[in-house]
Design a protein around this ligand. Structure first.
Ligand SMILES: *[C@@H]1O[C@H](CO)[C@@H](O)[C@H](O)[C@H]1NC(C)=O
Length: 163
């Protein structure tokens, strides 16, 4: 699980370096940390490389057209958001898909579980249930994989900081 997060970070980094011309996406600092993105990715799709469009969702984050539109329609290589393939091209690209998640969370950030803060748990809930209904039950397996991923990550941090 932890290695999946690291793998995802590596993919992101690699893609970021190779696609420095991904259209700049405005709106302040990204709300979701890379670790959090990695764990949402893991819970959503197993974060397996090579995922494409299936049903109404595309890519590692299984992003729908409506989600991508709410995210502000980020695109790759300066493509026009009005191009018919702008949506699949972005959401099947790990870096652009991550931008879409950031854009979506920037728009819908809220305290879904009522614990007084907006954190990765809330982003995970928003990603699954959408910005208009993130309160309440989530699929068991989704949360389970997410918790394992986040927990593993904490453990690594503890081990690294212990000496
Ligand atoms: C979008 O994807 C299509 C199909 O894979 C590809 O032919 C096209 O070049 C892509 N557009 C951009 C701007 O990368």
């Amino acid at each position: 699980m932890a290695s999946a997060v690291i793998k995802f970070s590596a993919i992101l980094f690699f893609v970021a370096v190779c696609a420095a011309d991904v259209s700049e996406f405005a709106g302040g600092p990204p709300p979701v940390t890379e670790v959090c993105l990695g764990c949402i990715c893991q819970a959503t799709s197993g974060c397996k490389k090579g995922l494409t469009c299936e049903g109404d969702a595309c890519g590692l984050f299984r992003i729908t057209w409506a989600y991508w539109a709410d995210a502000g329609k980020p695109t790759i290589r300066g493509q026009s958001p009005d191009d018919p393939d702008a949506y699949p091209n972005c959401t099947n690209d790990p870096y652009c898909a991550a931008l879409a998640v950031q854009g979506y969370m920037r728009k819908f950030a809220q305290d879904c579980n009522g614990d007084g803060q907006i954190d990765c748990y809330d982003y995970m809930a928003i990603h699954k249930k959408g910005g208009y209904g993130c309160v309440g039950e989530l699929p068991f397996n989704y949360v389970n994989v997410f918790n394992q991923c986040v927990g593993r990550r904490r453990q690594i941090r503890r081990l690294t900081h212990s000496n």
